[in-house]
Design a protein around this ligand. Structure first.
Ligand code: PMP
Length: 381
């Protein structure tokens, strides 16, 4: 079989060769430890790190001191949830956060932190007024993602941030799926903490950042050498940081054009599937949706069987972290989907490599696979 066509850009993206090229010298020539500033090897790495930090800061329009390099969004989210003084306090989150937010929150809850999990509407939106009503005197954090990777919903983080700022509650957003795909200007959005990962935007895996509003105090989780101004000990992943900065620099010039191209292709794909294949439905919203994201249900067909039939494409039924388990997606359930419908839904993640020709093949394959699978599924039932 020829190389499968990649349609899972929310799980991860290939590293852009331009990013890799910028990273390579930092593995071999400029390999110094950026903390070893007694010599030129270390100082060269330190200088590059200063530049990478400034570049990431510039992307989000914050000061370089606000940027902390991490091993990815999971770590950034944990830094927030473990690092803020939340004992005896209250926090607010949403029902469709990534497990790297919801799992540590459940741990906090077991330790006595009061937690409000806000519901979302049928399209996956958090109502900013529900945030306002949930804030109490002891609320010490609001954590609402910028965009959801399964159903693409882009949250009203500007409004949510304004409410939090007004009530003086720190606002964290997990922007892993949003950063580099939609504008995120933190000189406009009142956001105190923002998490991201490089590999979602054509950068390397295993590196990310946490943006922290200066003045906000977080306790370190990894301690030792005191790197990242004491917040994250461990020799900094210099090639990774360079890669993150390079990936974001490229996004800055290409994001708007690519968003337009992907939105148009995605909308055509959505309409073609919904028009041409009976018994299909859209999960998530029609507007305020991540450009490359589409999530469609196929009545009477198990997503696993459909993905197997469609193995010419790399597809996913939801978050990669829960793929392989046959559990209905908690995100789809939170949007009001039944369990049956949730296991009949597939995510299509379009990205830079996706062409209109790929989607023509996809639609034709879907039509024939659905026609083939439906009678069989009927007999099995
Ligand atoms: N948050 C969100 C919204 C995500 O989509 C992901 C990755 N699927 C993560 C956090 C975790 O990112 P990483 O695996 O790079 O730590």
């Amino acid at each position: 079989m020829s190389e499968p066509i990649y349609l899972d850009h929310h799980a991860t993206t290939p590293c852009d060769p331009r990013v890799l090229e910028r990273m390579l010298p930092f593995f071999t020539e400029i390999f110094g430890n950026p903390s070893a500033i007694t010599h030129q090897h270390g100082r060269r790495a330190a200088t590059a790190l200063v530049e990478a930090r400034a570049s990431v800061a510039d992307f989000f329009r914050v000061k370089p001191a606000a940027v902390y390099f991490t091993a990815g969004a999971t770590e950034s989210n944990h830094l927030v949830l473990r690092g803020l003084a939340l004992e005896g306090k209250h926090l607010i989150t949403s029902a469709i956060e990534h497990p790297s937010v919801l799992t540590p929150i459940r741990d906090l809850e077991r330790k006595g932190v009061a937690v409000t999990v806000l519901p979302v509407d049928r399209e996956g939106f958090v109502d900013p007024d529900s945030v306002r009503s949930a804030i109490r005197a002891e609320t010490a954090l609001v954590s609402i993602m910028a965009a959801n990777g399964e159903v693409g919903t882009i949250q009203p983080i500007q409004k949510i941030g304004e409410i939090c700022r007004e009530r003086e509650v720190p606002f964290h957003t997990d922007a892993t799926q949003a950063a580099g795909k939609i504008p995120l200007d933190l000189s406009e959005i009142p956001c105190d903490l923002l998490s991201l990962s490089a590999h979602k935007v054509y950068g390397p895996k295993g590196v990310g950042a946490l943006i922290v509003r200066p003045g906000l105090r977080l306790a370190p989780w990894l301690t030792g050498g005191g790197q990242e101004r004491g917040l994250r000990s461990g020799t900094v992943n210099v090639p990774g940081a360079i890669g993150l900065a390079a990936a974001l620099e490229i996004r800055r010039s290409e994001m708007a054009g690519e968003a337009e191209r992907l939105t148009a292709m995605r909308d055509r794909l959505r309409d073609a599937i919904l028009d041409r294949i009976p018994g299909t439905w859209l999960n998530g919203p029609r507007r305020s949706r991540l450009p490359g994201n589409l999530n469609i249900g196929f009545e009477g067909i198990d997503a696993e069987s459909l993905m197997f039939a469609m193995r010419r494409f790399s597809l996913s039924s939801g978050s990669a972290c829960s793929a392989g388990e046959k559990n209905p997606s908690p995100v789809l359930l939170a949007l009001g989907s039944s369990e049956a419908r949730a296991v009949e839904s597939i995510r299509f993640g379009l990205g830079r490599s996706t062409s209109p020709a790929d989607l023509e093949i996809l639609i034709a394959d879907l039509e024939s696979s659905v026609a083939r699978l439906r009678p069989m599924e009927g007999i099995e039932k």
